[in-house]
Design a protein around this ligand. Structure first.
Ligand code: NAD
Length: 482
């Protein structure tokens, strides 16, 4: 049995793990990164990257569908499933290859295998062929991520009842599809499959899609998705799901006339009801660790678990389950291991993006959250319909909404439904981190013509000063910013 001794071992090569490993290598530490699957984890292989490749295909289909409106005669797009699959797989392969190159360049040794603790400083690594190796390390970083929650009563068969790992494979494009869960995964795949020609119903148990997001933003997205042909039922539960010869039969609670249960048949059902942390194979007890009641590992701001030389980062440490949070946590853990006494994960704001078409991007407090925290809010809104740049793109449906503190004028949250929202939100992240006021944002000269001007207009609208929209009656006199 081969044995290794290194400064640090990182368990999991997803976005959190590979960031930690690369930074450890940059800091001159000897580091082994292990994974029982492909380098890149869910993000690169089954999540962020492949879904965005599919969503890009969907967006191109939409542009082709709407080409006539901008004076182009283009035949209707037909989906070559194998061609789309190849494009997506090539994108994944080049991203995975990129991380492997960075591993090499930074002296990170990657080893395939399933890791489990033997003791607080030693892990056993079981290879696919049954081989076993031991790695001793002064520091261990757990970055084992999350997996889709499967519902026991509705066993996944990968064909008729699928989860997000299956959906990204687009092995078939069903004529009809039920999406259970109106969260980010449900809505992103509803967008992909609708664009590819499926008739999609999204059933969400709670009263809004994207629960937790600003209500007005959630409603704006819901309205746009419905216009695109996605059927959405809110406050409605899928109570039962069974497979049939042709697909699935779903009992949708209270969806029928008079609030009676309705039974509907679909070719396929996607279960998108959340993700769970993955720690199953780790044998945490041997390290002196245990998960909390939700299955997550508790860490401090320096990413240390209760065993000081064992760190945990990313989805396994709790909400929000976002790749960019994991990435930053990975870097912090590496820097703490490297001896940086001030490194800590202490963000003011973590942005959240949903890659529907148009995208939704948010950072900071929603209007509802700000009010619940006792703020007197000052709201600035700018509908995309008033944006010259949006009109040139023939993409005028959307909303930019800023939530500010009426007392201090400080920005509390930025919420966007717009094309490129995922890039536009970068301005909100910086503004929140730097403590910008709505007035600061309004006074900053934004390039013309761009969608970013809408952020400036929304900030100005909060003070009744927007130029491109008719201002709502200001609560405070014009000019009284503070
Ligand atoms: P989610 O928790 O965001 O949404 C699941 C939804 O399913 C909830 O709104 C819930 O009310 C609903 N639901 C549960 N049981 C139901 C039932 N029987 N009938 C109808 N509705 C039901 O979970 P998700 O969408 O699976 O995403 C999981 C995680 O992955 C999230 O934390 C998200 O942050 C992360 N993620 C992020 C991105 C991104 O940043 N773009 C993309 C994918 C995933």
């Amino acid at each position: 049995m081969a044995e290794h001794q290194v400064d640090a071992v990182v368990i999991g090569a997803g976005p959190g793990g590979y960031h930690a490993a690369i930074r450890l290598g940059q800091l001159g530490k000897s580091v082994i990164c292990v994974d029982r699957d492909e380098v890149g984890g869910v993000c690169l292989n089954w999540g962020c990257i492949p879904t965005k490749a599919l969503l890009h295909v969907g967006e191109v289909i939409r542009h082709i569908d709407h080409a006539e409106a901008i004076g182009l005669k283009v035949p209707k797009a037909t989906v070559d499933r194998a061609g789309v699959e190849k494009f997506k797989n090539d994108v994944v392969a080049s991203n995975v290859g990129g991380v492997k190159t960075l591993f090499k360049a930074n002296n990170v040794q990657f080893m395939y295998g399933e890791a489990s603790f033997v003791s607080p400083n030693e892990i056993a690594l079981k290879g696919k062929d049954g081989s076993s190796e031991r790695i001793r390390a002064a520091h261990i970083v757990i970055a084992t991520g999350s997996a889709p929650i499967d519902i026991k009563a509705w066993p996944r068969d990968g064909k008729r009842i699928i989860n997000s790992d299956d959906a990204v494979g687009i092995k078939q494009i069903p004529k009809t599809m039920l999406v259970i869960g109106g969260g980010v995964i449900g809505l992103e795949f509803a967008t992909v499959y609708t664009r590819m020609g499926a008739q999609v119903l999204v059933v969400e148990a709670l009263p809004q899609i994207l629960t937790g997001s600003d209500l007005e933003i959630s409603k704006t997205l819901g309205r746009i998705l419905k216009k695109q042909g996605v059927e959405i039922m809110l406050d409605t539960k899928v109570a039962a799901l069974e497979t049939t010869a042709k697909g699935v039969k779903a009992t949708i609670a209270g969806a029928g006339t008079g609030g009676k249960d309705e039974t509907r048949e679909f070719e396929m059902a996607l279960v998108a009801v959340g993700r769970r942390p993955v720690t199953d194979a780790l044998n945490l007890a041997a390290a002196g660790l245990a998960v909390d009641e939700k299955g997550f590992l508790a860490v401090d701001a320096r990413m240390r678990t209760k065993v000081a030389h064992i760190y945990a980062i990313g989805d396994v440490t709790g909400q929000p389950l976002l790749a960019h949070r994991a990435m930053k946590q990975g870097v912090i853990a590496a820097e703490v291991i490297g001896g940086d006494t001030s490194a800590a994960f202490d963000p003011i704001a973590i942005p959240n993006c949903v890659y529907t078409d148009p995208e939704v991007a948010t950072v900071g407090l929603s209007e509802e959250e700000a009010k619940a925290k006792g703020y007197e809010v000052r709201i600035g809104k700018f509908p995309l319909a008033a944006s010259g740049r949006a009109r040139t793109m023939n993409e005028s449906d959307g909303l930019i909404k800023l939530v500010g503190d009426a007392k201090t004028d400080l920005l509390l949250g930025m919420h966007i439904v717009a094309p490129q929202a995922e890039s536009l939100i970068g301005e909100g992240v910086i503004a929140l981190e730097m403590g910008a006021t709505l007035e600061d944002i309004g006074l900053s000269i934004h390039p013309h013509p761009t969608l970013t001007e809408g952020i400036m207009d929304a900030a100005e609208a909060a003070h009744g000063k927007a130029i491109h929209i008719v201002n709502p009656k200001p609560k405070a006199p014009v000019g009284a910013a503070k």
